[in-house]
Structures are given as C-alpha cells and as structure tokens.
Design a protein around this ligand. Structure first.
Ligand code: SF4
Length: 319
C-alpha cells in the first residue's frame, strides 16, 4: 500500500510533473530544505509547549544552538515563542491529550464504501486536546506562514475546502479520537528584518547618520528586543487562531476529491506519463522545477537538488 498524504495530493493537483520529481524521484530543491528549517524548529518548540507549556518550550529552546552563520535565527524563534506563550499560556482552555500523532487509515471509495487496494491516507496530527468547558475533542494544527493571516484574509477562506483538515478528522477517528473541531493555530513570520550596515553612509552636520542608515549590523540581542516589542504592539499581526469545522457533506466531498486524486496518480504511474501544467510554473512564485522543465538544468544536478530517503520526510521524523 502506498501513502497518500495531503502534501502529495497538493503537489499532484498543482502539477503531475512536479509530483513525479518530488515523490517518484524524491528530488527536492536544496534551498527549500533550508527554508523549511524555520517551520520545523518552531513546530518542535510548539510540540513541547503543548506538552508542558513554558517549561517544555524553554527546554527545547535551550537545545537550539546559536548558529554564527544565522545569528538572527534563534533570537527570532525566541521572540515569537515567548510572545506566543504570553498570549496563550493563561487561557487554560485546553487539556492536551496527545502530540505528533501519526495515522494511517483506509482511503474509502465514496461510491462503493470499499477501501482502496492501492492507497492509505497518511498524515501527522500536531496535537489532540480536550476543550475543557465543553469536553470536546479538538484537533490542533500549527502553521507558520509568510501570508497575511488577518481574520478576513483569503488565508482563512481557503481552509473551508482544505483537504488536510478533512484528512485529520478521518485520521483522528482512526486513532480513536472523535474529533469535533479543529483549532488552526497560525504564526506569521516577521516581515521586519534585522538592520544591516548601510553601504554608503551619509552623515548630518552633527556627525550622526541620516534616518534609516546604520553604522553596523544590528546585534542579535537588539533584534530580538525590537522584534519582541513589535509583536507586543500588534500581536494579532503575528498570531491568529480559528476553529475550522467539518460537516458530513464536507467529509463526503473530501473523500471524492481524495479518491479521484488517488486514481489519477495511479493512472499516471501505470502509463509513466506525468503531464506538465505550464499555468502552474510561475503562478504563486516560480515552481522549484522550472529550471528543469525549461531545459536550463537537469533534475540530476546535485548542486540544485538533493535526493531524499523517503518521499514523505515529514512523516518519517515522528514514526
Ligand atoms: S515547471 Fe511547470 S511544468 Fe515543470 S514541474 Fe513545475 S509546474 Fe510543472
């Protein structure tokens, strides 16, 4: 049986050729691996926070080494996570039941009710909690993003049909948790940046630099303080939470979507034909395989791509 994850479905839906590179050849762009690191570290800290709040969070933060090549990385994570703790630690709404729960469950044909012979749905639920007031089981999903997370932004509209959340409801049920709600817990990456030394400095008559010019790179500790103050002044810019419910008809729609996707991947695999989707090449930023499809690079180029051991590394970490 093959694992059908939400990431795989999303990749195939965007472009079958990109799916082929990423999931069949397991070739992933090198630079993506670095960008993913921020989200992975924040996830790790959040996992500890949901187990034992501030104590757990501090323990994990203490294990992250200061990296001289990325001096602002740890200060950035620290500023965000302490602000997260200050915002949510006292609300006392949830009791954590489990964290990082891996699931596999049958992909059911919504027409016949029979399980797929090719695919199982797989994923990892960040946390499962009990809402204390109503004693309701809630799926907790953490996200870090660069997108606008304002309550009326399209970020939240999209989640109404997001397959990942629907899959988590099925996954939670397969683990014995009758989840009745999903708390989507989002952290926005900072848009302000550490100050860099100004290359061409201009001085006023009193010998001081003009505004927006800097004599030297900002100290990491000064950056952490400035970022913490910015978060304190506008927490809603950095942190948002919303409940994402699913009705039975949402779940039925999801099953049709997932089943159709599984069939399409199986057909492409059988014929070994992976159609390109030129409209997706530069839609939301340039596709990571654009160099290859446009003939400027090879998928074999180890300077650009690495071969992963598994097509689903996000699952392997916790298995
Ligand atoms: S560059 Fe375009 S055709 Fe090629 S994998 Fe990416 S989206 Fe598909």
């Amino acid at each position: 049986m093959e694992l059908l994850t939400n990431s795989a479905r999303r990749k195939f839906g965007t472009c079958p050729r990109a799916f082929y590179f990423a999931y069949k050849l397991k070739r992933r762009p090198k630079k993506d691996q670095e960008a993913l690191y921020f989200g992975t570290v924040v996830h790790k800290v959040l996992e500890a926070w949901w187990i034992s709040r501030l104590d757990g969070m501090q323990t994990v933060l203490d294990t992250i080494l200061d990296n001289s090549e990325k001096p602002y990385f740890l200060p950035t994570v620290r500023a965000l996570m302490y602000a997260y703790n200050n915002l949510y630690a006292n609300e006392n709404l949830y009791e954590t039941i489990a964290v990082e729960k891996y699931f596999e469950c049958p992909l059911i044909n919504p027409e016949t009710g029979s399980p797929s012979k090719t695919w199982v749905l797989a994923g990892k639920i960040d946390a499962i909690a009990r809402e204390k007031e109503l004693s309701k089981i809630v799926i907790i999903e953490h996200k870090t993003t660069s997108e606008d997370i304002a309550p009326d932004s399209s970020y939240w509209m999209r989640l109404k049909i997001d397959g990942q959340i629907s899959g988590y409801y099925l996954g939670a049920r397969s683990l014995g948790f009758d989840a009745q709600d999903c708390l989507y817990d989002v952290i926005k990456k900072p848009t302000i940046k550490p100050f860099k030394e100004t290359a061409e400095k201009k001085y006023k008559a009193d010998g001081t630099l003009y505004a927006n010019m800097h004599a030297a790179d900002e100290e990491p500790s000064a950056w952490e303080k400035r970022l913490s103050e910015d978060i304190l002044n506008r927490p809603e810019f950095y942190f948002q939470r919303k409940r994402i419910a699913r009705t039975e008809s949402d779940m039925e729609e999801y099953l049709y979507d997932a089943w159709a996707c599984g069939r399409e991947i199986a057909d492409a695999d059988r014929m070994n034909r992976w159609p390109r989707r030129p409209n997706a090449c530069i839609g939301f930023g340039e596709c990571e395989y654009f160099n290859v499809c446009s003939g400027c690079a090879s998928i074999e180029d180890d300077n650009l791509y690495v071969t992963l051991e598994t097509p689903n590394p996000e699952l392997e970490i916790i298995k």
